[in-house]
Design a protein around this ligand. Structure first.
Ligand SMILES: [Zn+2]
Length: 169
């Protein structure tokens, strides 16, 4: 069993009777738990005003956290009710949002990936790298087959974008 001698009371005690402390040798405090709680109690007795202030701050912090948590929960519930009531509206809004923000969504996805190329995109990147030639062939074949369709789609997209731009002016 690992033991340590407390710097304060001088008793040799089991390791787990000392608090964890990352800055100390072997990751445990040099003063035992009993001594620390005795010291804390003594300090509290000598500083009742400070203790009350500390408790007040702590309670206020807890209240604020609880208030935020409550609000978040209410919003979540509201959202869930809305989604349940109007699934079609939610779907339409999602599609609309994606279409309106497509460029920036793609850009930020690319940026996220650039900053942190972890999974799952990393996996597909690895796959793409491994299968570069295969992808090229498949893509070329697909494009040849669907050329007219792709071009028509691009024309339609440009036309729609132009119309939207005109409508905005
Ligand atoms: Zn001690």
């Amino acid at each position: 069993m690992r033991t340590r001698t407390c710097r304060k009371c001088g008793e040799t005690k089991a390791f787990d009777l000392f608090h964890r402390h990352k800055d100390c040798i072997d990751g445990r405090s040099y003063t035992c738990k009993a001594c620390i709680s005795a010291a804390t109690a003594a300090w509290a007795k000598k500083n009742p005003v400070l203790v009350r202030a500390q408790q007040k701050r702590y309670r206020a912090k807890e209240r604020t956290a609880a208030w935020h948590e409550n609000r978040k929960r209410r919003e979540r519930e509201q959202m869930a009710r809305y989604r349940k009531k109007h699934p079609e509206r939610v779907r339409a809004a999602r599609v609309d949002y994606y279409e309106r923000n497509r460029e920036s969504l793609l850009a930020s996805a690319a940026e996220r990936y650039h900053k942190n190329p972890g999974p799952p995109m990393a996996r597909s990147a690895v796959w793409r790298a491994k299968n570069k030639e295969r992808m090229k062939v498949t893509q070329a074949a697909w494009y040849r087959k669907n050329k007219e369709h792709v071009l028509a789609q691009q024309r339609a997209y440009r036309k729609k974008k132009l119309a939207a731009a005109n409508a905005e002016e």
